[in-house]
Design a protein around this ligand. Structure first.
Ligand code: PLP
Ligand code: COI
Length: 340
């Protein structure tokens, strides 16, 4: 295989591209079988699979980055392993040994090395670990067998333009319940976000922002990313809630804001009535990276942050630091980078 395939790397969006290999392992009779790489992108599963009927499935999103010297690295992959196991616990699925998870990811990346975008193109290799309950079953109970698989594809920005402000709308719908599965990366949360997301797109917004499901007074998160705001007095504030996804990017930005930018970094309540405190705002996540929020449409008003067209200075600094670490240009805090 040539070093990299011939793709228009600079113009990639966030779309499915089939790459040659994926990893697949089965959990049968209470134990993990040795997994292996396969070339078949189709899963052949039983009609009684709980993943199909009762949503017993969870997934992860992570990326591999090509550095200046041509090597490939992962960003905090053990955090994804831990979060997948947290999701699995919530859904009564067996734990996946962390080493097995990370080794599987490395194997997939190595096997598809020609699809890891070259350094300097801004693109990266998105990896999708997927964990599903399978096998014959009809009652509402955990599956008899499970499949863990991971596939990957080169991607560009999730929100149009990447580091360009876009507008979001506050949703009237909830994506999760107060003590439900909002903090788990399970398909049901995303199924619940499809109609609100569609309606937001129809109104020309990038996506919607959900409020806390108990009181509908506080910002929770975007359908596909966490939320953060920057105050005029240099605070980085991101919502705290039991029903949002514990974003690895968010925790990384909290640390970067505090330790590298000398900001006060806070996880706290973000009341919709207090949006005026923010001079900049953004959505953050693996796919979203940092997507600046130009404005937010609430029920009665359109609230603009820094600018609808320009990225604010603090958001730019956070972005440069995060992306610099991910692509190996800036030294990472201990343990964040794992070489493939
Ligand atoms: N919130 C939701 C609903 C997401 O789907 C994601 C993406 O994974 C995030 C937040 C960001 O999480 P992370 O930074 O771990 O990718
Ligand atoms: C990610 O950022 O990895 C996600 O899973 C978000 C999205 C594509 C659902």
């Amino acid at each position: 295989m040539s070093k990299t395939v011939d793709i228009d790397w600079e113009n990639l969006g966030f779309d499915y591209i089939q790459t040659p290999y994926r990893f697949l392992a089965k959990h049968v009779n209470g134990a993990w079988q040795k997994g292996e790489l396969t070339e078949d992108p189709n899963l052949h599963i039983h009609e009684g699979s709980t993943a199909l009927h009762y949503g017993q499935q969870c997934f992860e999103g992570m990326k591999a980055y090509r550095t200046k010297d041509g090597s490939i690295q992962l960003f905090r992959p053990y955090e994804n392993a831990r979060r997948m196991n947290d999701s699995a616990r919530r859904l009564r699925m067996p734990q996946i040994p962390e080493e097995m998870f990370v080794e599987a990811i490395k194997e997939v990346v190595r096997a598809n090395e020609a699809y890891v975008p070259p350094y300097g193109t801004g693109a990266s290799l998105y990896i999708r670990p997927l964990y599903i309950g399978v096998g014959p079953n009809i009652g509402v109970k955990p599956a008899p067998e499970f499949i863990f698989t991971a596939f990957c594809m080169p991607v560009g920005p999730y929100f149009k333009g990447g580091l360009v402000p876009t507008n979001f709308v506050i949703s009237d719908y909830d994506r999760a319940a107060p003590m439900g599965t909002g903090a788990s990366k399970v398909g049901g949360n995303y199924a619940a976000s499809l109609l609100p997301g569609y309606e937001a797109h129809e109104r020309n917004f990038s996506d919607c922002i959900y409020l806390d499901p108990a009181t509908h007074t506080k910002i929770e998160e975007v359908g596909s990313a966490n939320f953060f705001g920057i105050t005029a007095d240099n605070k980085f504030i991101t919502p705290i809630s039991p029903s949002i996804l514990p974003s690895i990017t968010k925790y990384s930005l909290l640390q970067i804001a505090k330790e590298r930018l000398g900001m006060e970094a806070i996880e706290g309540d973000v009341y919709l009535s207090e949006l005026d405190q923010f001079v900049e705002a953004g959505a953050c996540g693996t796919a979203a990276v940092i997507s600046p929020i130009g404005g937010i449409q609430t029920q009665d008003k359109f609230h603009v942050f820094y600018s609808e067209t320009e990225v604010g200075p603090i958001t730019t600094k956070l972005y440069n630091e995060l992306v610099g670490i991910q692509f190996g240009d800036i030294e990472a805090p201990e343990g964040w980078i794992v070489k493939v």
